[in-house]
Design a protein around this ligand. Structure first.
Ligand code: SAM
Length: 225
């Protein structure tokens, strides 16, 4: 991941209507260089800076992010989203609630060390990242050994990364390199909704779509060593 500049996240055609809405979301959304400038200072952006700081990657429409903000008021939450439409959808939800503990960031999630300092982040949620199903696309999958190296750099010891996917292939792809990363698997199921973790699970927007098709949800929790 080293050597990639944040400016590579700027390839999405813009401006679109969501880009034009960004000024309305000042204080709720931090875009590209604004996020780089806050490296090491994210907690100071929140009403209560002493709370743990969790990260959701790829918030989509923000359904789960809103849930995090409401259900975990004793933690602060940042959500990274690369596309402007879901970025604004996410920010809109927490702005509507006037959340004191949630902010959205527009950035590439593979480059988190550009925007977070060492040990700045506690727990991380990665739900239904783009599966890139064809073999020649696998290099685009977010969860790779290099991703866990980046996460290890920004997370505190003992915190975790939660990973949910509907893709058996992506799940197996990640498990294949589990011995090579500085994380230990402390939860694993190939059918979350038939598992002991179902009760504590919140269904994300994509998860609901897959459940309607009766697809199993693969789930794993990696604890940082
Ligand atoms: C399949 S959706 C899942 C959304 C949500 N997590 C859910 O479960 O409903 C994947 C999301 O990740 C975002 N995404 C994809 N690549 C990303 C990246 N490199 N950095 C940040 N977000 C990314 C996409 O824009 C999309 O909103």
């Amino acid at each position: 991941m080293k050597g990639i500049q944040f400016s590579q996240t700027n390839k999405i055609p813009s401006p679109n209507i969501y880009v034009q809405m960004l000024p309305e979301y000042k204080g709720w959304v931090y875009v590209d260089q604004e996020a780089v400038d806050l490296k090491g200072h994210w907690s100071e952006q929140f009403v209560n800076p002493v709370l743990p700081l969790d990260l959701e990657i790829g918030c989509g429409n923000g359904f789960f992010f809103e849930h995090l903000s409401v259900s975990e008021p004793d933690r602060n939450h940042v959500g990274i989203e690369i596309k402007y439409k879901p970025l604004i959808q996410t920010a809109r939800r927490v702005r509507k609630l006037n959340s004191s503990n949630a902010k959205a960031i527009r950035y590439h999630a593979g480059l988190v060390s550009e925007i977070f300092a060492s040990s700045e982040i506690d727990n991380v949620h990665v739900h239904f990242p783009d599966p890139w199903p064809r073999k020649k696309q696998w290099k685009h999958r977010l969860l790779q050994p290099g991703f866990f190296e980046e996460m290890h750099g920004i997370q505190k010891p003992g915190t975790w990364v939660d990973f949910k996917t509907d893709s058996q292939d992506y799940f197996d792809f990640v498990l294949k390199f589990k011995e090579k990363i500085p994380y230990e698997i402390i939860r694993l199921t190939r059918d979350l909704h038939q598992s002991e973790w179902k009760a504590g699970n919140f269904e994300t927007a994509f998860e609901r779509l897959f459940l309607k098709q009766n697809l199993p949800i693969y789930y794993c929790r990696f604890q940082r060593k």
